[in-house]
Design a protein around this ligand. Sequence first.
Ligand SMILES: [Zn+2]
Length: 475
Amino acid sequence: MVEKITPRSQDYSRWYTEVVQRAELADYAPVKGCMVIRPYGYALWENIKEALDRRFKATGHVNAYFPLFIPMSFIEKEAEHVAGFSPELAVVTHGGGKKLEEPLVVRPTSETVIGHMYAKWVRSWRDLPILINQWCNVVRWEKRPRLFLRTTEFLWQEGHTAHATAEEALEETLRMLNIYADFAENDAAIPVIKGRKSESEKFAGAVTSYTIEAMMGNRWALQAGTSHFLGQNFARAFDIKYLDQNNELQYCWTTSWGVSTRMVGAIIMVHGDDQGLILPPRLAPIQVVIVPIWKSADERERVLAAAEEVRARLGGLRCELDAREEYTPGWKFHHWETKGVPLRVEIGPRDVAEGQVVLARRDTGQKLAVPQQGLAERVSGLLDEIQRNLFRRAKKFLDDNSYHLDDYEEFKRIIGEDGGFIYTHWCGSADCEARIKEETKATIRCLPLDQPGTKGRCIYCGKEADQIALFARAY
Ligand SMILES: [Zn+2]
């Protein structure tokens, strides 16, 4: 018998780690802070990648690859950038058996090296915009690592664009934010709040950072993707200039945006339950698993033949037939439930005789017998329903645990008890923000783009405030 996963209500963090390992998504690497993404986890990442990449290309972006090593002097060129990233840098001092003249940084992000190249490539307004994305790994030294959520090395995509005007760059920043939100909601079935980061939470070197924030199963927030309007900060630091139509030299306006393997952590925490993972059908590496059930050798032959036929019918889906003899059907049910496969098809001797199969939903546990005739349509329809149900469920959880209030005692009580998302007036002062963080551990996740436009009083200092901030505990 397999050991049970620690229930979420007992120890959420332990539940998370056990799910990651039991579902065979990832494992710890010999170097602290690094992780090995196992084939099942990587297949999930590949589906995330594909769904995003398709959207990037449909909006005119192309992929390229820039080097892993960045000269130390590059990082130092943008003052805020170096201040923000210095504590997290991995630095290479030796190469080929010799001390290097200039240390190299293992990229924590690539604005600098890409800025350097754009300065070379951009000459006139005709060269703009440049819309490049890269899929790669980055390194940011982590003191308190967690699989997928915070690892020293992680995989991501980073988009870097250069434009002739501020308006175009800002438009691009928001376009990518919307693409991230569209991906999160439609493919990952994760409802998100779109907003702007406060000064203290923004990307080091950005003018404005935008984010999508999602609520995890323990009511904490997870930043699931960010899009930055960099203004002319990097263009000035790296001399990215172009001749405009009046033949005058201008600095470009740039953006950058990224989604990482953190998204896998979000999917686990938003949808998973005490049995393990629950994957949204659009991203699941295996959408349907067929488990044949037999006792005698004679049954085995008939059942397997029918199961093969079922697999052929479901040819358009990511489908796996688990015909292993060394495991019982019960073991297989449990195994694939832990791995979050959205739909299970059970087929036994009686089903074969009656020309039917039994479908079992991972999201609701519901079972239903359906005819093999027309199975493909039935299964596709059910996968769509599961996809929608996961989103609905997550949206309800988000709504049920969101509060609109202006009373600090109430704020402290909610954050201190079950937690949740709190929308409240904030005066804009970094001091109020810091004190709230110190007293409650809740941070400003974002200033939601969707603002009611009402005036009120800052929840901390009581001064007049015309904006609503979203506060929560966060990963
Ligand atoms: Zn205040």
